[in-house]
Design a protein around this ligand. Structure first.
Ligand SMILES: [Fe+2]
Length: 200
């Protein structure tokens, strides 16, 4: 498939996923204003980890997971936390690229969609952002932490909702995790690490 075909296929799978997961459909409608845009490919170290992570491909058959994984080599991998002081290990192992939004295969004024990948034994520190957010786990598992709520281990098909500026974090154990992340409202500000004093 050409680059455009790979992104179009992923968008079709994404649309199907809104019909499959009620919690996603409750969070948002599938965007009606998707416009294809050119992606400037950028590879970062987490791509190598994802490309060799066989555990994510085993188990349950998932056409959505496979469609998203097929984007990895064409995607523009992101470094949201480059200047945050988060540390080299996190920067080398935490993977993220956009599907819908800046540097993604599609533009939309209605929704943002990213892929997030974390290999085993990685902690994504507490962070927050004005946008409301839904995580959908595509493969693997991770422990999700949300300020004011109990910790939960989530796996394929599970979702986690984060309200506007609610601090949240996640940690992988022996398994890696692959998630789609959806944002609605207030796209202007990206995620910021949360001061420990603001977490309760
Ligand atoms: Fe978030």
């Amino acid at each position: 498939m050409t680059q455009a075909q790979v992104w179009t296929h992923a968008a079709a799978e994404l649309a199907r996923c809104f019909r499959t997961y009620p919690s996603l459909a409750e969070f948002s409608s599938f965007p009606t204003d998707l416009v294809p845009q050119k992606v400037t490919t950028r590879a970062l170290p987490p791509l190598d980890l994802l490309a060799t992570d066989q555990a994510l491909r085993s188990g349950t058959v998932s056409t959505l997971r496979d469609a998203v994984l097929a984007l990895a080599c064409d995607a523009h991998w992101l470094e949201h936390y480059r200047d945050s002081g988060i540390g080299d290990d996190f920067m080398d192992r935490f993977g993220c690229f956009c599907l819908v939004g800046d540097q993604g295969g599609f533009a939309s004024d209605q929704l943002r969609v990213w892929l997030v990948y974390m290999p085993p034994h990685l902690h994504y520190p507490w962070h927050h952002h004005p946008a409301e957010e839904l995580y959908l786990v595509l493969a693997g598992q991770a422990e999700f932490l949300r300020a004011g709520q109990a910790k939960r281990w989530l796996s394929s098909g599970d979702t986690a909702f984060h309200s506007s500026n609610q601090p949240h974090a996640m940690t992988t154990g022996a398994d890696s995790v692959l998630c789609l992340v959806f944002w609605r409202n207030q796209f202007e500000s990206g995620p910021q690490l949360t001061d420990g004093n603001d977490i309760s």
